[in-house]
Design a protein around this ligand. Structure first.
Ligand code: IPD
Ligand code: CA
Ligand code: CA
Length: 266
């Protein structure tokens, strides 16, 4: 099937690409600001807010009745209680701030409490990942599929910033990356680039769009303990179905070991 997009997905793509163009312009400035004494902190906060404003205005124009859950602006109730947009206007802020070209924009659409569409845009590489519930996940017309590996040996996983500080000692038997854009980590699982990704303590806008993209690419996304509340619950575990089941068994012990190690280190 071609990536036939619904009208609302087109609006989401339009909003993400507009915001992406604004962020790319600002990203060009960040390098110059690194050398200033004050650093680029305030400038990046403004870039983030500008991105959110562009997304909000674009979506509002197309669907004036829908509500919002915005990372920066909080919750805005719409007159249509069925639908709301969940938005991360800049995911990977730390990377952006340091001039590292790995960050993204994420927009999800929630209908009656369920995520029905998601768009994640990486403006630096001009990659765009999207999914609608029940119709598959795509990147620029190409269908996305999670990796087929059923063992982590020779695989590659992504983890969050807060966990596994001592990555070298993980009992994984595979490569580990900490890329610091949760939204792109999820897209990379969907695209088969990472075999798995897990992270504690994320917020709804970090996961809503990306988890749908993983599911529509044939993967599983859940809370870290397997709970189904992957948007509002604690953390995320995303992988193909076989690895997801395997990791659900192993992660609790690894996390406990990691916390114990972190405690003895402090
Ligand atoms: C952060 C990124 C990062 C994750 C953090 C998030 P932000 O989002 O997704 O990868 O480790 O937990 O808060 O702040 O850059 O939008
Ligand atoms: Ca984020
Ligand atoms: Ca953000």
């Amino acid at each position: 099937m071609a990536s036939g997009r619904s009208a609302y997905l087109n609006v989401m793509v339009d909003a993400a690409e507009k915001a992406g163009r604004s962020l790319i312009r600002d990203f060009g400035e960040v390098e110059n600001l690194q050398i200033s004494k004050k650093g680029p902190g305030d400038f990046v906060s403004k870039a983030d807010l500008k991105s959110e404003k562009i997304i909000r205005e674009t979506l509002e124009k197309a669907r004036p009745a829908y509500g919002f859950l915005l990372e920066e602006g909080g919750e805005i109730k719409g007159s249509d209680a069925q639908y709301r947009w969940i938005i991360d206007p800049l995911d990977g802020t730390t990377n952006f701030l340091h001039g590292i070209p790995h960050w993204s924009v994420s927009i999800a659409l929630e209908k009656d409490g369920e995520i029905v569409a998601g768009v994640i845009h990486d403006p630096v590489r001009d990659e765009l990942f999207h999914a609608e519930k029940g119709t598959g996940a795509f990147s620029r017309g190409k269908r996305l599929r999670v990796a087929g590996r059923t063992s982590l040996v020779d695989g590659l996983v992504a983890v969050g910033d807060k966990h596994f500080r001592d990555g070298a000692n993980l009992p994984l038997g595979c490569g580990v990356r900490r890329m610091s854009s949760a939204c792109l980590d999820l897209c990379y699982v969907a695209a088969g680039r990472f075999d798995a990704y897990w992270e504690e303590g994320l917020k709804p806008w970090d996961k809503a769009a990306g988890a749908l993209i993983v599911k529509e690419a044939g993967g599983y996304a859940s809370e870290m303990d397997g709970g189904k509340n992957f948007v509002y619950g604690r953390g995320i575990l995303a992988a193909n179905p076989a690895l997801h089941a395997d990791l659900l068994q192993k992660l609790p012990q690894w996390c406990a070991q990691d916390s114990a190690k972190a405690k003895t280190a402090t």
